[in-house]
Design a binder for this molecule. Structure first.
Ligand code: AHR
Length: 653
């Protein structure tokens, strides 16, 4: 964990602290129960989340399908005195799924091709890399081929291996490339395949994997998995987001095409986010990701609506899509012996069914403006799922009237810290009847590529509201989760975790979530507050509609600068205090119903400026500090620094 641990005594009230806030916590009472599913993850292929991100494949455009005309991200290697040409060759496909290949013609050896990776091929000293590729030689060429990781200078050979013979039929070749213990840790490398003699050869599905989480052959990056594990997420919502829907029906996430051997996966154009998806992160990989992090899958199924407005009419036309969703559920949780898709999952390497409790029908179907379209489509999916799997809870993505969903997915992207904070009490007054709420996407969108401290403060204020109302808000997940910070890597600003080929880091907003998710009890305690300070906020004017006069500016609001939440469990009271102000804040805490030890723990994220942030260059500028504290008890006063988020862990008997 990237936290700092120090021991301090409880801070005396600082001279500049504002008038004290008083919080009265009734520890013997139960305001609500904290949902065990409250904190989870939402994910989709955006900002190079999987390809060039979590999915550990290092070769970009491995099946030569990223572009129909050119072998993008590949180049010729002729600097050893050789000469060669290359071209895509759809006339020589690898198979039905991968309907093309790269034809390499070497007229003077040695010469070959190089892949630039996702902004570089990362190398760590003393590490083994698994390289594989399919090849087929023309008459007259039998090898050898050299596979190597080479520095971008063209001369530094980091690791290399030879394939002595190549046959005239498609065949998979595998080698291990070992970087020497003295190799430089760097991403300034390429993967190079060189022919030792003149001839023609076709190549396809060229792959290179570093060591992965749990050593899975088609697995995930270890550093990013560690960041996620530290968040202790309860669930993973996948596969989107807009990525689930695609711009068109044809470019939706078509799960059946994401199964099995990667050489049998066609991949698809992720037109929602404008780049090719290898589908290396397929349905089973999502599930294994859940398994590795002990998360429950929250499965989004395609519901017959795509972003550019293509939709499937409810009724007979929608039936195949409903059937597809039922098959998908069966793939996740069906018995390996008695169900078709459970058997397919077992064939793919996972005989045991996965636990599945929640299925979501579509994504943001409020954008389907055709009257009644989603309502009818939802009803068809809902009825079919409930008939076959009565225990499954069905999540709606928009208002429906024809059925009563178990859960409603609500999305909130806020443009400023003040705006997010102004909504932190929204759920306090929500009716307690009706479907539960899943805040399936939310974020304070300040900072790019990753959120800064101001965003983290808005997020933390918002999380106190969700936690306090966790009787109705049973699940929540920030979005987007990931961004590759290289130029061209980001399609959506303000993403929780940033990385490049070599390194990854959590934003201040990541740490705020990690603090909330890893420190809470199972009971929400009633808290009465006095003296909460506020600041003035002028909400931005609504967007002017074309041809309409500019709407009047909304009324100025007073938005609190202090937010709080208290929960109890495992012998502790967890008190969260967010101080958004530029001044330190004294808080008087009075806890009734339990006796509280003088000694406890503080976990605190604080910044000098709300603009402070983390980055690849400075990944740990802002991280939580864990400290032993003294001077606590049933009544105490404590000072919370400017721009700070604090969890106080109070030992309560
Ligand atoms: O998180 C980015 C996008 O925001 C999601 O794909 C979509 O569901 C929402 O509009």
């Amino acid at each position: 964990m990237f936290t700092k641990t120090i021991a301090v005594l409880v801070a005396a009230s600082a001279a500049w602290a504002a008038d004290p806030v008083t919080l009265q916590i009734k520890s013997g009472e139960v305001a609500a129960h904290v949902s065990p599913m409250l904190y989870g993850l939402m994910t989709e292929e955006i900002n190079f989340s999987y390809d060039g991100g979590l999915y550990a494949e290092l070769v970009r455009n491995r099946s030569f399908k990223d572009d129909a005309k050119e072998a993008v991200h590949w180049s010729l290697v002729q600097d050893g005195g050789g000469a060669a040409s290359m071209a895509l060759d759809p006339a020589t496909p690898l198979n039905d799924a991968i309907g093309t290949s790269l034809k390499l013609t070497v007229t003077k050896a040695p010469a070959g091709i190089a892949n630039e990776g996702y902004w570089g091929i990362p190398v760590q000293p003393g590490t083994k890399y698994r390289a594989s590729f399919y090849a087929k030689a023309a008459a007259g060429f039998t090898g050898p081929l050299t596979v190597a990781i080479v520095g971008n200078d063209g001369t530094t050979k980091v690791a290399s291996a030879q394939v002595a013979k190549v046959s005239d039929a498609w065949h998979k070749y595998e080698v291990v490339l070992t970087a020497a213990p003295g190799a430089k840790a760097s991403a300034a490398n390429k993967l190079v395949i060189t022919a030792g003699k003149p001839g023609t050869i076709w190549l396809s599905m060229v792959s290179l994997f570093p060591p992965t989480e749990n050593n899975r052959a088609n697995g995930n990056r270890r550093d990013i998995m560690k960041l996620l594990a530290d968040m202790k997420p309860a669930f993973l919502r996948f596969p989107g987001g807009n990525y689930l829907e695609g711009n068109t029906i044809a470019t939706r996430f078509d799960w059946k095409k994401t199964l099995g051997d990667i050489a049998q996966r066609p991949g698809h154009l992720n037109d929602a986010w404008r780049y090719w998806s290898s589908d290396g992160m397929g349905l089973l990989e999502f599930l294994l990701w859940c398994e590795d992090l002990h998360m429950q899958p929250v499965l989004g199924v395609y519901a017959g609506y795509s972003l550019r407005g293509e939709r499937v009419a409810p009724g007979a036309a929608l039936e195949p899509y409903v059937k597809d969703a039922l098959d998908e559920i069966e793939y996740v949780m069906g018995d390996a012996k008695s169900t078709t898709w459970g058997a397919r999952r077992a064939k793919d390497g996972h005989a045991a069914p996965f636990k599945l409790e929640f299925v979501e029908i579509g994504n943001e179907d409020n954008f389907d403006r055709q009257a009644g379209s989603y309502d009818s489509r939802f009803a068809q999916f809902f009825d079919a799922i409930k008939a076959k799997y009565p225990a499954l809870k069905v999540i709606t993505t928009a208002k429906v009237g024809s059925r009563t969903p178990d859960v409603v997915d609500e999305h909130y992207y806020r443009r400023s810290e003040d705006e997010m904070a102004s909504h932190a009490h929204d759920y306090d007054t929500r009716p307690r009847t009706g479907p539960k709420i899943f805040v399936g996407e939310w974020a304070t969108r300040v900072g790019e590529p990753t959120p800064n401290m101001s965003a983290a403060l808005g997020d933390a204020a918002w999380m106190t509201g969700m936690e306090r109302n966790s009787d109705i808000v049973i699940m929540s997940s920030y979005a987007p989760l990931f961004v590759n910070v290289n130029p061209g890597g980001m399609q959506w600003k303000t993403d929780l975790i940033g990385y490049d080929a070599m390194n990854s880091y959590g934003s201040p907003a990541y740490w705020a979530q990690q603090m909330f998710s890893a420190h809470h009890g199972d009971i929400v305690l009633p808290v009465t507050a006095q003296g909460i300070p506020t600041k003035t906020w002028q909400p931005p004017p609504p967007r002017t509609q074309a041809g309409q006069p500019a709407p009047p500016a909304p009324a100025v609001q007073q938005v609190p600068t202090v937010f709080y939440s208290a929960t109890r469990g495992a012998g502790n009271v967890y008190l969260k205090i967010v101080n958004r102000a530029a001044e330190a804040q004294d808080v008087r805490v009075e806890i009734s119903g339990v006796s509280v030890d003088a000694k406890g723990q503080s976990i605190q994220l604080a910044a000098k400026s709300p603009d402070d942030t983390n980055s690849i260059a400075d990944p740990a500028k802002l991280v939580p500090v864990t400290a032993s504290v003294d001077g606590l008890g049933a009544k105490f006063t404590r000072t919370f620094p400017p721009y700070s988020i604090t969890v106080l862990v109070l030992k309560a008997k």
